[in-house]
Every structure is written in C-alpha cells, then in structure tokens.
Ligand binder design. Structure first.
Ligand SMILES: [Zn+2]
Length: 185
C-alpha cells in the first residue's frame, strides 16, 4: 500500500500509538489501514454417499479438482458464503449439515472453512469456474489431483470418518488444524 484510500496522502508504515504491530496509516487523515486474514468458505456436498468435486477452470491450480469454495464476501455469514460459492461453481444448492473443517494458513493470511452439505437436488453443472463437475465415490477420489491442501485435508478427514457401509455418521468431529507449507510445497 502506497497511498491512503481515504485521502490519497502517501501512507506511513510503523506501529501506531497504542498498537503493537506495524500498520499502514495516514499522517494526514489519521486512518489506520488494517490488514487481516481473509476467510475462504466452501462445502463438501454429498449425494447418496458420493462427493461433488469441481475441476478448476481458473488459476491458481487450473485443471485440478477441488471442493466448491471461495472468498467470503462482506455482509454474508460463513454459511451463506459457502452456499453461494457452491452455486457459483457447481450450480447446486445443498443443505448445509455441519461445519466440517476450520484450517488456518498463517503463511498465506487465510482461514479456510468447509461445511458438510447434503445435496437436496441431484442437479449440478459446469460453470465458468469449473470445466467439469462430478460425483465421486469415496474410493475414487482423485487424491493426486486435488488442487489445495486444505481441500485434501477436509476430504481426508471426511473419508476417515466414514463407517464400514461407506456412510458418514450423524455428526463428524470438527477438523480444527493449521497447515504450514513445507519449503518445497
Ligand atoms: Zn488519509
């Protein structure tokens, strides 16, 4: 950040009085421009034991499979954002059952949150963001072609809790974890 978004004066970067972290702040109008983590919210939609995945038609990770999800918008709840992203990426409006994972990515200043969701309609389709949308049996998930480690962790958490009949229990534990990328990731 170079200029104040309120008054266009060049900003300074230092610890403001009464604060404990350096911030961009404006010497003219006094505005402090806080920068905080962003929330990515999405769903793990299930229909008859099969999981809905989307093949990304956009960068990053073009051509890899992901769960529907994206950046939360101002003015919506986490759940509303998850449902909206599912519609935008897969044209399905599932019923959110429970929060399934909350994953902190401190190196990327992000938090990823996924809901387990029941597909009340079997209808879905490709979108501008998804070149393919498909249902996968748990033993057919393309593990080597998953776009993001948070999606991988969420899928793994879900599959690890399936019963011998391949069905999820009435309630799954919440995956509450942190992903720190290794050097070569
Ligand atoms: Zn200003």
């Amino acid at each position: 950040m170079k200029y104040c978004s309120v008054c266009a004066t060049p900003v300074e970067h230092s610890v403001p009085a009464g604060d404990n972290l350096p911030r961009y702040h404006c010497p003219a109008c006094g505005t402090i421009h806080y920068q905080n983590p962003r929330v990515i919210t999405g769903t793990l939609p299930v229909l008859d034991g099969r999981i809905l995945l989307c093949k990304r038609n956009i960068e990053p990770r073009w051509g890899y499979w992901t769960l529907p999800g994206g950046f939360m918008e101002n003015g919506e709840t986490v759940a509303e954002g998850a449902a909206r992203e599912t519609w935008e990426e897969a044209r399905n409006a599932p019923e959110l059952r429970q929060m399934l994972s909350v994953i902190s990515l401190p190196q990327f200043d992000q938090v990823h949150i996924f809901y387990l969701a029941d597909m009340v309609s079997p209808d879905f389709s490709t979108t501008e963001e998804s070149s393919e949308v498909a249902l996968f049996e748990p033993d057919a998930i393309p593990w080597d072609d998953i776009a993001f480690r948070t999606v991988l962790a969420t899928l793994r958490h879900y599959v690890d809790h399936l019963g011998p009949d391949g069905r999820a229990p009435a309630r799954l534990p919440l995956l509450d974890t942190t992903i720190i990328p290794r050097l070569r990731d």
